[in-house]
Design a protein around this ligand. Structure first.
Ligand SMILES: [Zn+2]
Length: 425
C-alpha cells in the first residue's frame, strides 16, 4: 500500500487529526531557498466563542493561510502552508481562527520545531549554529528560548524557600547573584547585580511575611551582603559554607608555607618536599602515613610522610602553629563539632603571618561559622551551575545581553532539570 496521510502526519510530528492535506507536496521557492511545501487545511470549529464564551452562533469567515516551518529531514526546509478556517462570533463580532497544538496562533514555527530548538539549546551550541540547522534567524532561536522563559515565571515575588542559598558568578562582564532552594537544590532566580542596593530592592519586593519564613541563608564568608541578611530575613540563621571555611584557612596555610620556603635554599630537602608535596600539608594529619616509610622523590629516600611533615614544621614555630590551627579547623568542620571549632578560634594567638587574617574573619562571624556545623544546609549545590555557566560561555558564545544569557542558563539548568551537580563536602 502507499503511504497514507497518517504516515506523513506522523513523520512531520503532526498529531492533530484535524490538519488535512489538500494536495501533494511540491518544491517551491521560499525566502530564496527551494523548500518542500505541503498544503493542508484546518477547520476545527470551536465549541464556543473564545472571547465571549457564547455557545453556538459562530459563522465561517473565510480562511487565513500561514506558512509554517516544520521539521526537516534533508538539507532543505519543510513548510506547511496551512489554511485555517476563520470564524466570527455573531454576538461579540470577534474574529478568530481554528486552533491546533501544532502551531500557536499567529506563529510561523511549528511546535515540534520549537521543541527541537529548545532541545538543541541544551547542547551548548551557539545560537547561529542552531538557527542554521533549523532554517530560522538567530533572533528567532533566542525568541523561542525567551518565550519558554516567560512561561516559567521565575520573577515571582510571592514565595521563598525555607532554606535559601546564595552564590555569585561572573555572567556577561559583571558579577551576578544567584539564589537557590537549599532543600530542592534548584535555582530560584539570577539577579544582574550583587550590590547591597540591588539585593535589598529585589528581596524587599517579597512581602515581609514571606521573608519571615526563611529559616537559614547559606553563603560564602566573603559575600559583601552578609550583614544585610538579618534585615531582609529577620528569622533566618546565616550559615557559612563549610567548604569555604576550610578554604579560608587552607589558603592562609599555603601562604605561610610559601613564606617559609622563601627562607630556604632551593636545593634543601625541606624546600623540595614542600614544593612537590604541598598537598600533603592540607590533608588531615591523622590520615598521613605514620609507620611505613615510602620512597619520596622530592627528598630521595625512604621516610614516613609524618616524619617529613614534622621536619618541615620544625623549621618555623609560626608555621607549626598555623598548621595546627588548620588541622584544628579541618577536624572540627569534618566532625561537625561547633564547640571544638570555637575552642580553636578562642585559643588562637596572633602568629604574625597570613593565618591572622583568616582567623580574624572567622572570629568576626563566629556565630555564622558555628551555624555551618549545626545545620546541614550549604550553598555548595549552586557551585554545580558554575561549571555549566562556564561551558555555556565558552561554547554558546556571543552573549552580550545579560537577560538572554540568563534565559539560556535557566533553559539548560532548570526547565529541563539537567542534573549535573557534584556532591561536595
Ligand atoms: Zn463572542
Amino acid at each position: 500500500m502507499s503511504l497514507t496521510s497518517k504516515s506523513i502526519g506522523m513523520l512531520l510530528e503532526i498529531k492533530d487529526p484535524n490538519i488535512i492535506f489538500t494536495q501533494d507536496a511540491i518544491l517551491e521557492e521560499i525566502q530564496g531557498t527551494t523548500a518542500l511545501v505541503l498544503y493542508a487545511e484546518l477547520k476545527t470549529r470551536p465549541e464556543r466563542c473564545p472571547v465571549c464564551g457564547f455557545l453556538s452562533k459562530l459563522v465561517r469567515y473565510g480562511f487565513e493561510r500561514s506558512c509554517v516551518l516544520m521539521p526537516s529531514y534533508s538539507y532543505r526546509p519543510n513548510y506547511l502552508k496551512l489554511s485555517r478556517q476563520r470564524f466570527r462570533c455573531e454576538l461579540c463580532r470577534s474574529v478568530f481562527q481554528s486552533e491546533t497544538d501544532y502551531v500557536r496562533p499567529h506563529s510561523t514555527i511549528s511546535t515540534p520545531v520549537r521543541q527541537m530548538v529548545l532541545f538543541e539549546a541544551l547542547t551548548n551550541r551557539s545560537l547561529s549554529d542552531i538557527a542554521r540547522h533549523f532554517h530560522v534567524a538567530d533572533k528567532t532561536v533566542q525568541r523561542i528560548i525567551d518565550e519558554e522563559a516567560a512561561r516559567h515565571n521565575y520573577n515571582q515575588k510571592l514565595w521563598l524557600p525555607k532554606h535559601l542559598a546564595f552564590d555569585e558568578f561572573k555572567a556577561t562582564n559583571k558579577m551576578s547573584l544567584i539564589w537557590g532552594d537549599g532543600d530542592r537544590h534548584e535555582i530560584g532566580a539570577i539577579l544582574p547585580a550583587r550590590t547591597s542596593y540591588a539585593l535589598t530592592k529585589y528581596f524587599e519586593g517579597f512581602p515581609l511575611s514571606v521573608r519571615q519564613q526563611v529559616q537559614t541563608v547559606s553563603l560564602d564568608l566573603n559575600a559583601g551582603y552578609i550583614n544585610l541578611i538579618p534585615r531582609l530575613f529577620p528569622n533566618a540563621k546565616v550559615v557559612v559554607d563549610r567548604f569555604h571555611i576550610v578554604q579560608m584557612v587552607s589558603t592562609a596555610l599555603n601562604m605561610v608555607r610559601v613564606q617559609v620556603m622563601k627562607s630556604l635554599p632551593k636545593r634543601s630537602k625541606e624546600y623540595r618536599f614542600m614544593k612537590r608535596e604541598w598537598k600533603v600539608f592540607l590533608k588531615d594529619f591523622n590520615e598521613l602515613e605514620a609507620n611505613k616509610p615510602t620512597y619520596h622523590v622530592s627528598v630521595g629516600y625512604y621516610e614516613t610522610t609524618v616524619n617529613l611533615v614534622a621536619k618541615c614544621l620544625d623549621l618555623n614555630p609560626e608555621f607549626r602553629a598555623a598548621y595546627e590551627v588548620y588541622q584544628g579547623v579541618l577536624g572540627a568542620v569534618r566532625s561537625r563539632d561547633a564547640v571544638a571549632l570555637e575552642t580553636v578560634l578562642e585559643n588562637y594567638r596572633s602568629l604574625g603571618n597570613r593565618m591572622d587574617q583568616s582567623i580574624k574573619t572567622l572570629k568576626k562571624y563566629k556565630k555564622q561559622v558555628g551555624n555551618a556545623l549545626r545545620y546541614d544546609y550549604s550553598n555548595g549545590f549552586l557551585e554545580g551551575i558554575n561549571s555549566l555557566i562556564k561551558k555555556i560561555k565558552n561554547t554558546a558564545y556571543g552573549y552580550t545581553n545579560w537577560r538572554n544569557f540568563i534565559n539560556r542558563i535557566f533553559l539548560e539548568r532548570v526547565w529541563f532539570r539537567v542534573k549535573n551537580e557534584k556532591a561536595r563536602a
